[in-house]
Design a protein around this ligand. Structure first.
Ligand SMILES: *[C@@H]1O[C@H](CO)[C@@H](O)[C@H](O)[C@H]1NC(C)=O
Ligand SMILES: *[C@@H]1O[C@H](CO)[C@@H](O)[C@H](O)[C@H]1NC(C)=O
Length: 363
Protein backbone atom coordinates (compact mmCIF):
# COMPACT_ATOMS: atom_id res chain seq x y z
CA UNK A 1 0.00 0.00 0.00
CA UNK A 2 2.73 2.45 0.92
CA UNK A 3 4.75 2.09 -2.29
CA UNK A 4 1.57 2.50 -4.31
CA UNK A 5 0.62 5.63 -2.41
CA UNK A 6 4.11 7.01 -2.80
CA UNK A 7 4.03 6.36 -6.53
CA UNK A 8 0.65 8.03 -6.83
CA UNK A 9 1.92 11.09 -5.03
CA UNK A 10 5.02 11.35 -7.24
CA UNK A 11 2.86 10.74 -10.27
CA UNK A 12 0.43 13.48 -9.28
CA UNK A 13 2.93 16.16 -8.40
CA UNK A 14 5.97 15.47 -10.51
CA UNK A 15 4.53 16.73 -13.83
CA UNK A 16 3.20 19.95 -12.32
CA UNK A 17 6.37 20.55 -10.37
CA UNK A 18 8.48 19.95 -13.45
CA UNK A 19 6.18 21.99 -15.71
CA UNK A 20 8.44 24.56 -17.38
CA UNK A 21 11.07 26.54 -15.53
CA UNK A 22 10.91 29.84 -17.41
CA UNK A 23 9.57 32.60 -15.18
CA UNK A 24 7.41 35.58 -16.08
CA UNK A 25 9.02 37.84 -18.78
CA UNK A 26 11.35 35.00 -19.80
CA UNK A 27 11.32 33.80 -23.39
CA UNK A 28 9.50 30.64 -24.47
CA UNK A 29 8.15 28.90 -27.54
CA UNK A 30 4.50 27.95 -28.03
CA UNK A 31 5.68 25.05 -30.15
CA UNK A 32 6.83 23.40 -26.93
CA UNK A 33 3.28 23.28 -25.61
CA UNK A 34 2.35 19.60 -25.40
CA UNK A 35 0.56 16.90 -23.46
CA UNK A 36 2.84 14.77 -21.29
CA UNK A 37 3.27 11.19 -22.47
CA UNK A 38 1.07 8.74 -20.58
CA UNK A 39 -0.68 11.25 -18.32
CA UNK A 40 -1.81 13.72 -21.03
CA UNK A 41 -1.22 16.62 -18.74
CA UNK A 42 -0.57 19.96 -20.42
CA UNK A 43 3.08 21.06 -20.29
CA UNK A 44 5.18 23.92 -21.74
CA UNK A 45 8.26 26.09 -21.23
CA UNK A 46 6.73 28.44 -18.67
CA UNK A 47 6.41 27.79 -14.94
CA UNK A 48 3.23 27.00 -13.07
CA UNK A 49 2.08 30.63 -12.76
CA UNK A 50 2.60 31.74 -16.38
CA UNK A 51 1.78 30.77 -19.95
CA UNK A 52 3.66 31.26 -23.22
CA UNK A 53 1.99 34.10 -25.15
CA UNK A 54 2.02 34.56 -28.92
CA UNK A 55 5.05 36.91 -28.59
CA UNK A 56 7.18 34.07 -27.15
CA UNK A 57 7.27 35.52 -23.63
CA UNK A 58 6.05 33.87 -20.42
CA UNK A 59 3.12 35.90 -19.12
CA UNK A 60 1.12 35.64 -15.89
CA UNK A 61 -1.83 33.28 -16.28
CA UNK A 62 -5.14 34.91 -17.20
CA UNK A 63 -7.50 32.29 -15.77
CA UNK A 64 -7.50 29.18 -13.66
CA UNK A 65 -9.29 25.84 -13.86
CA UNK A 66 -8.91 24.76 -10.25
CA UNK A 67 -10.17 26.51 -7.15
CA UNK A 68 -6.76 25.93 -5.52
CA UNK A 69 -4.30 25.74 -8.42
CA UNK A 70 -0.76 24.43 -8.10
CA UNK A 71 1.94 27.10 -7.68
CA UNK A 72 -0.13 29.68 -5.79
CA UNK A 73 -0.54 30.38 -2.11
CA UNK A 74 -4.12 30.24 -0.96
CA UNK A 75 -4.35 34.03 -0.49
CA UNK A 76 -2.09 34.93 -3.42
CA UNK A 77 -3.20 38.34 -4.78
CA UNK A 78 -2.06 37.26 -8.26
CA UNK A 79 -4.41 34.26 -8.26
CA UNK A 80 -6.04 34.31 -11.72
CA UNK A 81 -9.82 34.30 -11.94
CA UNK A 82 -12.17 31.38 -12.47
CA UNK A 83 -14.14 31.65 -15.71
CA UNK A 84 -17.84 32.61 -15.50
CA UNK A 85 -20.61 30.30 -16.69
CA UNK A 86 -20.73 30.13 -20.50
CA UNK A 87 -16.94 30.33 -20.70
CA UNK A 88 -14.05 27.99 -20.07
CA UNK A 89 -10.36 28.24 -19.20
CA UNK A 90 -8.27 26.27 -21.73
CA UNK A 91 -5.34 24.04 -20.77
CA UNK A 92 -2.91 26.94 -21.40
CA UNK A 93 -4.80 29.06 -18.88
CA UNK A 94 -4.19 32.24 -20.85
CA UNK A 95 -7.71 33.68 -20.96
CA UNK A 96 -11.36 32.66 -20.64
CA UNK A 97 -13.07 31.69 -23.89
CA UNK A 98 -16.67 31.15 -24.93
CA UNK A 99 -17.96 27.57 -25.02
CA UNK A 100 -17.40 25.74 -28.31
CA UNK A 101 -20.36 24.70 -30.48
CA UNK A 102 -20.93 21.13 -31.68
CA UNK A 103 -18.33 20.22 -34.29
CA UNK A 104 -15.79 22.76 -32.99
CA UNK A 105 -12.30 21.87 -31.80
CA UNK A 106 -11.83 21.07 -28.13
CA UNK A 107 -8.96 19.77 -26.01
CA UNK A 108 -8.52 16.21 -24.80
CA UNK A 109 -10.87 15.23 -21.99
CA UNK A 110 -12.29 18.74 -21.81
CA UNK A 111 -16.02 18.07 -22.21
CA UNK A 112 -16.58 21.30 -20.27
CA UNK A 113 -15.28 23.31 -23.26
CA UNK A 114 -18.26 22.25 -25.37
CA UNK A 115 -21.66 23.94 -25.51
CA UNK A 116 -24.27 21.79 -23.76
CA UNK A 117 -27.37 20.60 -25.66
CA UNK A 118 -30.77 22.19 -25.01
CA UNK A 119 -31.87 19.05 -23.16
CA UNK A 120 -28.70 19.00 -21.04
CA UNK A 121 -30.67 17.86 -17.99
CA UNK A 122 -31.72 14.62 -19.73
CA UNK A 123 -28.34 13.77 -21.23
CA UNK A 124 -26.00 14.78 -18.42
CA UNK A 125 -24.14 11.99 -16.61
CA UNK A 126 -23.83 13.27 -13.10
CA UNK A 127 -22.77 9.95 -11.65
CA UNK A 128 -19.74 8.76 -13.62
CA UNK A 129 -18.90 11.95 -15.51
CA UNK A 130 -18.82 10.38 -18.97
CA UNK A 131 -19.99 13.78 -20.24
CA UNK A 132 -20.38 17.32 -18.89
CA UNK A 133 -23.93 18.69 -19.13
CA UNK A 134 -24.61 16.27 -22.00
CA UNK A 135 -21.65 17.54 -24.08
CA UNK A 136 -18.57 15.44 -24.80
CA UNK A 137 -15.20 16.10 -26.48
CA UNK A 138 -14.19 13.13 -28.64
CA UNK A 139 -11.14 13.09 -30.92
CA UNK A 140 -10.75 16.86 -30.33
CA UNK A 141 -14.30 17.58 -31.52
CA UNK A 142 -17.40 18.60 -29.60
CA UNK A 143 -20.43 16.26 -29.62
CA UNK A 144 -23.59 15.84 -27.65
CA UNK A 145 -24.06 12.54 -25.85
CA UNK A 146 -27.44 11.95 -27.49
CA UNK A 147 -27.03 8.83 -29.69
CA UNK A 148 -29.66 6.19 -28.98
CA UNK A 149 -29.57 2.37 -28.91
CA UNK A 150 -28.32 0.78 -32.15
CA UNK A 151 -27.39 4.11 -33.79
CA UNK A 152 -23.93 4.92 -35.08
CA UNK A 153 -21.68 6.56 -32.51
CA UNK A 154 -18.21 8.07 -32.23
CA UNK A 155 -15.61 6.40 -30.01
CA UNK A 156 -12.32 7.69 -28.63
CA UNK A 157 -9.77 5.33 -27.06
CA UNK A 158 -6.96 6.91 -25.05
CA UNK A 159 -4.14 4.76 -23.66
CA UNK A 160 -3.02 6.13 -20.29
CA UNK A 161 0.05 4.85 -18.48
CA UNK A 162 -0.76 3.78 -14.94
CA UNK A 163 2.04 3.45 -12.42
CA UNK A 164 1.99 1.11 -9.47
CA UNK A 165 4.50 -0.47 -7.11
CA UNK A 166 5.25 -3.33 -9.51
CA UNK A 167 5.89 -1.06 -12.50
CA UNK A 168 3.51 0.43 -15.04
CA UNK A 169 0.74 -0.68 -17.34
CA UNK A 170 -1.52 0.67 -20.07
CA UNK A 171 -5.08 1.60 -19.16
CA UNK A 172 -7.26 2.33 -22.17
CA UNK A 173 -10.09 4.75 -21.49
CA UNK A 174 -12.83 4.41 -24.09
CA UNK A 175 -15.42 7.16 -24.45
CA UNK A 176 -18.33 7.74 -26.79
CA UNK A 177 -21.33 9.97 -27.47
CA UNK A 178 -24.05 7.49 -26.57
CA UNK A 179 -26.76 8.41 -24.09
CA UNK A 180 -26.43 7.49 -20.47
CA UNK A 181 -27.00 3.73 -20.00
CA UNK A 182 -25.44 2.88 -23.38
CA UNK A 183 -21.84 2.54 -24.53
CA UNK A 184 -20.23 2.88 -27.96
CA UNK A 185 -18.97 -0.51 -29.05
CA UNK A 186 -15.49 -0.07 -30.56
CA UNK A 187 -16.01 -2.73 -33.27
CA UNK A 188 -19.55 -2.14 -34.47
CA UNK A 189 -19.49 1.59 -33.60
CA UNK A 190 -23.07 1.29 -32.43
CA UNK A 191 -24.59 2.30 -29.13
CA UNK A 192 -25.07 -0.85 -27.05
CA UNK A 193 -26.96 -1.46 -23.83
CA UNK A 194 -24.74 -1.54 -20.73
CA UNK A 195 -24.54 -4.79 -18.78
CA UNK A 196 -26.03 -5.52 -15.39
CA UNK A 197 -24.14 -6.63 -12.29
CA UNK A 198 -22.45 -10.03 -12.72
CA UNK A 199 -22.53 -10.06 -16.53
CA UNK A 200 -19.38 -10.97 -18.48
CA UNK A 201 -17.41 -7.91 -19.58
CA UNK A 202 -14.04 -6.86 -21.01
CA UNK A 203 -14.12 -3.10 -20.32
CA UNK A 204 -15.49 -0.79 -17.67
CA UNK A 205 -17.69 1.07 -20.14
CA UNK A 206 -19.69 -2.12 -20.82
CA UNK A 207 -20.98 -2.23 -17.25
CA UNK A 208 -23.72 0.01 -15.95
CA UNK A 209 -21.62 0.18 -12.77
CA UNK A 210 -18.55 1.30 -14.79
CA UNK A 211 -16.56 -1.40 -13.00
CA UNK A 212 -15.45 -4.47 -14.94
CA UNK A 213 -13.64 -6.63 -12.40
CA UNK A 214 -10.37 -8.44 -13.11
CA UNK A 215 -12.40 -11.67 -13.06
CA UNK A 216 -14.26 -10.47 -16.16
CA UNK A 217 -17.65 -9.74 -14.64
CA UNK A 218 -19.39 -6.48 -13.85
CA UNK A 219 -18.85 -5.57 -10.20
CA UNK A 220 -20.44 -3.05 -7.89
CA UNK A 221 -19.82 0.62 -8.66
CA UNK A 222 -17.14 2.29 -6.59
CA UNK A 223 -19.58 4.78 -5.13
CA UNK A 224 -22.00 2.14 -3.85
CA UNK A 225 -22.19 2.24 -0.07
CA UNK A 226 -21.29 -0.95 1.75
CA UNK A 227 -24.34 -2.75 3.13
CA UNK A 228 -24.28 -5.11 6.09
CA UNK A 229 -26.65 -8.03 6.69
CA UNK A 230 -29.40 -7.82 9.28
CA UNK A 231 -27.51 -10.26 11.49
CA UNK A 232 -24.70 -7.69 11.89
CA UNK A 233 -27.18 -5.17 13.31
CA UNK A 234 -28.64 -7.87 15.55
CA UNK A 235 -25.20 -8.87 16.85
CA UNK A 236 -24.21 -5.25 17.45
CA UNK A 237 -27.55 -4.57 19.17
CA UNK A 238 -27.17 -7.60 21.41
CA UNK A 239 -23.61 -6.56 22.14
CA UNK A 240 -24.66 -3.05 23.20
CA UNK A 241 -27.69 -4.00 25.28
CA UNK A 242 -26.08 -7.18 26.60
CA UNK A 243 -23.10 -5.15 27.73
CA UNK A 244 -25.32 -2.59 29.48
CA UNK A 245 -27.50 -5.16 31.21
CA UNK A 246 -24.50 -7.32 32.08
CA UNK A 247 -22.80 -4.34 33.70
CA UNK A 248 -25.89 -3.50 35.72
CA UNK A 249 -26.38 -7.10 36.90
CA UNK A 250 -22.68 -7.43 37.71
CA UNK A 251 -22.73 -4.23 39.75
CA UNK A 252 -25.89 -5.35 41.54
CA UNK A 253 -24.26 -8.58 42.72
CA UNK A 254 -21.00 -6.85 43.55
CA UNK A 255 -22.77 -4.29 45.73
CA UNK A 256 -24.94 -6.97 47.30
CA UNK A 257 -21.81 -8.83 48.36
CA UNK A 258 -20.25 -5.63 49.70
CA UNK A 259 -23.45 -4.89 51.65
CA UNK A 260 -23.35 -8.39 53.15
CA UNK A 261 -19.75 -7.93 54.16
CA UNK A 262 -20.50 -4.60 55.81
CA UNK A 263 -23.47 -6.09 57.63
CA UNK A 264 -21.34 -8.99 58.85
CA UNK A 265 -18.73 -6.54 60.13
CA UNK A 266 -21.34 -4.59 62.05
CA UNK A 267 -22.75 -7.78 63.59
CA UNK A 268 -19.31 -8.86 64.65
CA UNK A 269 -18.61 -5.45 66.07
CA UNK A 270 -21.83 -5.56 68.04
CA UNK A 271 -21.02 -9.03 69.40
CA UNK A 272 -17.59 -7.86 70.37
CA UNK A 273 -18.92 -4.82 72.21
CA UNK A 274 -21.51 -6.92 73.90
CA UNK A 275 -18.88 -9.42 75.01
CA UNK A 276 -16.72 -6.66 76.41
CA UNK A 277 -19.64 -5.23 78.25
CA UNK A 278 -20.44 -8.57 79.86
CA UNK A 279 -16.79 -9.00 80.59
CA UNK A 280 -16.67 -5.72 82.51
CA UNK A 281 -19.83 -6.48 84.40
CA UNK A 282 -18.32 -9.77 85.41
CA UNK A 283 -15.10 -8.11 86.45
CA UNK A 284 -17.05 -5.65 88.54
CA UNK A 285 -18.98 -8.45 90.20
CA UNK A 286 -15.81 -10.39 90.85
CA UNK A 287 -14.13 -7.35 92.29
CA UNK A 288 -17.08 -6.60 94.52
CA UNK A 289 -17.23 -10.22 95.65
CA UNK A 290 -13.52 -10.33 96.44
CA UNK A 291 -13.71 -6.99 98.29
CA UNK A 292 -16.61 -8.24 100.37
CA UNK A 293 -14.80 -11.46 101.19
CA UNK A 294 -11.65 -9.63 102.28
CA UNK A 295 -10.49 -10.67 105.70
CA UNK A 296 -10.30 -7.49 107.82
CA UNK A 297 -6.78 -5.99 108.16
CA UNK A 298 -4.99 -8.67 106.10
CA UNK A 299 -4.76 -10.42 102.74
CA UNK A 300 -4.71 -7.12 100.81
CA UNK A 301 -1.96 -8.30 98.61
CA UNK A 302 -3.76 -11.40 97.44
CA UNK A 303 -6.88 -9.38 96.67
CA UNK A 304 -4.93 -6.85 94.65
CA UNK A 305 -3.19 -9.52 92.74
CA UNK A 306 -6.56 -11.05 91.90
CA UNK A 307 -7.85 -7.72 90.72
CA UNK A 308 -4.76 -7.11 88.73
CA UNK A 309 -5.10 -10.49 87.04
CA UNK A 310 -8.65 -9.78 86.10
CA UNK A 311 -7.78 -6.44 84.59
CA UNK A 312 -4.59 -7.44 82.95
CA UNK A 313 -5.86 -7.94 79.37
CA UNK A 314 -6.97 -4.34 78.94
CA UNK A 315 -4.10 -2.49 80.57
CA UNK A 316 -1.70 -0.36 78.63
CA UNK A 317 1.08 -2.90 79.17
CA UNK A 318 -0.89 -5.75 77.68
CA UNK A 319 -1.98 -3.70 74.73
CA UNK A 320 1.55 -3.17 73.53
CA UNK A 321 2.16 -6.87 73.28
CA UNK A 322 2.02 -8.55 69.88
CA UNK A 323 -1.52 -8.34 68.65
CA UNK A 324 -4.10 -10.93 69.50
CA UNK A 325 -2.58 -12.64 72.45
CA UNK A 326 -3.85 -10.62 75.42
CA UNK A 327 -7.35 -10.07 74.24
CA UNK A 328 -7.92 -13.64 73.16
CA UNK A 329 -6.62 -14.93 76.47
CA UNK A 330 -8.90 -12.63 78.33
CA UNK A 331 -11.89 -13.60 76.24
CA UNK A 332 -11.41 -17.28 76.63
CA UNK A 333 -10.59 -17.05 80.33
CA UNK A 334 -13.16 -14.56 81.48
CA UNK A 335 -16.22 -14.66 79.31
CA UNK A 336 -19.00 -16.84 80.54
CA UNK A 337 -19.42 -20.34 79.21
CA UNK A 338 -22.02 -19.43 76.55
CA UNK A 339 -20.42 -18.23 73.32
CA UNK A 340 -16.92 -18.00 74.62
CA UNK A 341 -15.27 -19.78 71.67
CA UNK A 342 -17.37 -17.69 69.34
CA UNK A 343 -16.05 -14.51 70.86
CA UNK A 344 -12.50 -15.79 70.67
CA UNK A 345 -12.92 -16.24 66.94
CA UNK A 346 -14.50 -12.86 66.54
CA UNK A 347 -11.65 -11.16 68.34
CA UNK A 348 -9.05 -12.97 66.29
CA UNK A 349 -10.70 -11.90 63.04
CA UNK A 350 -11.09 -8.33 64.20
CA UNK A 351 -7.44 -8.02 64.99
CA UNK A 352 -6.49 -9.41 61.63
CA UNK A 353 -8.44 -7.13 59.36
CA UNK A 354 -9.79 -4.04 61.09
CA UNK A 355 -7.37 -1.71 62.84
CA UNK A 356 -10.20 0.78 63.46
CA UNK A 357 -11.76 -1.68 65.88
CA UNK A 358 -8.61 -1.88 67.93
CA UNK A 359 -9.69 1.23 69.82
CA UNK A 360 -12.53 -0.84 71.18
CA UNK A 361 -10.02 -2.80 73.19
CA UNK A 362 -8.70 0.28 74.87
CA UNK A 363 -11.98 1.70 76.09
C1 LIG B 1 7.80 41.94 -16.69
O1 LIG B 1 8.04 43.00 -17.60
C2 LIG B 1 7.13 44.08 -17.45
C3 LIG B 1 7.43 45.09 -18.55
O2 LIG B 1 8.53 44.74 -19.29
C4 LIG B 1 7.31 44.70 -16.08
O3 LIG B 1 6.40 45.74 -15.89
C5 LIG B 1 7.04 43.61 -15.02
O4 LIG B 1 7.30 44.13 -13.73
C6 LIG B 1 7.91 42.41 -15.26
N1 LIG B 1 7.54 41.41 -14.35
C7 LIG B 1 8.40 40.64 -13.68
C8 LIG B 1 7.84 39.66 -12.74
O5 LIG B 1 9.61 40.74 -13.85
C1 LIG C 1 -27.41 14.81 -31.33
O1 LIG C 1 -26.18 15.46 -31.19
C2 LIG C 1 -25.61 15.88 -32.43
C3 LIG C 1 -24.26 16.46 -32.09
O2 LIG C 1 -23.46 15.51 -31.46
C4 LIG C 1 -26.54 16.87 -33.08
O3 LIG C 1 -26.01 17.30 -34.29
C5 LIG C 1 -27.89 16.25 -33.28
O4 LIG C 1 -28.80 17.17 -33.80
C6 LIG C 1 -28.44 15.70 -32.00
N1 LIG C 1 -29.66 14.98 -32.24
C7 LIG C 1 -30.74 15.18 -31.51
C8 LIG C 1 -31.88 14.29 -31.86
O5 LIG C 1 -30.80 16.00 -30.61
Amino acid sequence: MLPLTLFSVIYLFAPSALAGSVQINGSCSQSNNRLTVGTYEFDGDCDSVSFCNSGGVCQAKGCRRDIFPFGYAQDDPNLPKLCPSGQFCPDEEDACQSLIAVGGTCQLNRDDECQPPPNAGDLADNRFGTNVDGAVCLNAQCYWANVTLGQTCVVENTPYIVYFSGGEAIDIVSRGNCQVGLYCDSQSLQCTQQLALGATCVADKECSSMNCLASGVCGEAFDVPRHFGTWVYVVVGIGIFGGMIGTLVGLFFLHARQRDQEREKRIQYWREQNAFRQNIMQMRDTARASLLSLPLGGGTNSARSTLYDEQSPITQHQQQQPKGSGLRKMSVDDVGSDGEMDLANVVREREDDAPRFRSARAF
